[in-house]
Structures are given as C-alpha cells and as structure tokens.
Design a protein around this ligand. Structure first.
Ligand code: PRP
Ligand code: URA
Length: 209
C-alpha cells in the first residue's frame, strides 16, 4: 500500500488558510500556490539519492555530495496543476515538464482527456504528478494510468487538498504511488467538490468562472 504523507509545517498551514479564503484574489492565490508547492517540494525530494564527488574549495581538495540517480519529470494535470509547476521548478530547475490535459465532466464527474505531451524518456525519470485538488480521485487515477501506459515506473502524486475518497481511490488503483498532501479535508459535497476545500482551483488560479 502506498504511503500518504500529510504536511504539518506551520508555514504550509498558514498559506493554506489564505488560499482557502474566498476573499483571496487570483494574483495572491497564484503566489501562495507557488510558495506552498516549493515548501512541499522540499519534502517530496527528501529521499533523492546522493553521490560523492571531489571538488576544490579555496582551502584545498575535499569530497562533497551532489544529487545522483534518476532525472526528474514534473507532470501537471491541466489546468490547475500548472499553478504548482513554478514552485517545484524553484527547487528542481533542470526538471523536464510534461503535461496531461484532463477535465472532470460536470455531470458524470469522470475525467475527460484532451492533451498529453511528455518527455520521451519518461520511463527513466522520477515523475512528480501535480494537481492542487484530489476529489473523487478520478483525474489522478486516470493520469497515473496514462503515465504507466507510456512506460513510467516511478510516480509520486502531490496535491494541496485531498478528500478521503480521492486518497482511497488512488491507493486502490495504484498502490505503488505515494501521495503527498498539505491537507486531508472532511468530505465531498453533492457536486463532488471538496469541503471545506477552496472551491474550483482552476477558476481561482486563472480568474475564470
Ligand atoms: C479539478 C482538479 C483536478 C480534478 C479533481 O480539475 O484540478 O484535476 O478537478 O477532481 P477528481 O479528483 O474528482 O477527478 P477540473 O476538472 O476542474 O479542470 P481544470 O483544472 O481545467 O479546472
Ligand atoms: N476540483 C476542484 O477544483 N475543486 C474541488 O473541490 C473538486 C474538484
């Protein structure tokens, strides 16, 4: 069974409060999503392998560590996942970025795919799938399957806010994928929106309705 890592850092909790707030406009919302993503990225990358190299400081030669292992790929689920890309790139500036376009049909609540462009060497990368909201889990389950169908072997899912139903759906469908969330909220409403949540993440990021 995959792990669920819930963040308890005070800075993340503080910033989450303001992205939930209905009075926070798109500019501030975008900035806060970027900041939270960077803070989460710090933990998501915690187990990256290191290797030792030799360098020369002004005082002489020494051995020191650098990141080794697989290269990273960031994969935002369009649209709302785009809001998390810059925050992650702050920590991982050399990461390649793939895109998966999915929207949730408002009547069936099922994900509809409309775009996919991934790095060619997706099977050799540690993939970090980004989406602020994990509601029913339909979009994340489909996106992960999408990546696996194209050869992906290592995937982590990063969400800002998750519903218990979404976590269960991802764990059941993809027990090999660890889930990183800033908050697990109470429940879904009749329209499958997360309560208390933050509303529609895409609309709040991009000022649409
Ligand atoms: C939102 C969100 C997730 C999905 C979550 O996207 O960003 O992708 O809904 O719901 P689920 O877990 O029930 O699938 P939306 O469909 O609103 O598209 P958008 O990002 O283009 O606004
Ligand atoms: N998509 C969102 O943007 N918000 C929710 O609460 C659920 C799905």
């Amino acid at each position: 069974m995959s792990k669920v890592i819930v963040f308890d850092h005070p800075l993340i909790k503080h910033k989450l409060t303001f992205i939930r707030d209905i009075n926070t406009g798109s500019k501030e919302f975008r900035e806060l999503v970027t900041e939270i993503s960077t803070l989460m990225g710090y933990e998501v990358t915690r187990n990256m392998p290191l290797k030792e190299i030799e360098i020369e400081t002004p005082m002489g030669k020494t051995k020191s560590q650098v990141i080794a292992g697989k290269k990273v790929g960031l994969v935002p689920i369009l649209r709302a996942g785009l809001g998390m890309v810059d925050g992650m790139l702050n920590l991982l500036p050399a990461a390649r970025v793939g895109h998966i376009g999915l929207y949730r049909d408002p009547e069936t609540f099922k994900p509809v795919e409309y775009y996919c462009k991934l790095p060619q060497d997706v099977s050799e990368r540690e993939l970090i799938l980004l989406d602020p909201m994990l509601a029913t889990g339909g979009s994340a389950v489909a996106a992960i399957q999408f990546l696996k169908d194209r050869g992906a072997k290592s995937i982590k899912l990063v969400n800002l806010i998750a519903a218990p139903e979404g976590i269960e759906a991802v764990q059941n469908a993809h027990p090999d994928v660890d889930i990183y969330v800033a908050s697990i909220d109470e429940r879904l409403d009749d329209h499958k929106y997360i309560v208390p949540g933050l509303g529609d993440a895409g609309d709040r990021l991009f000022g649409t309705k």
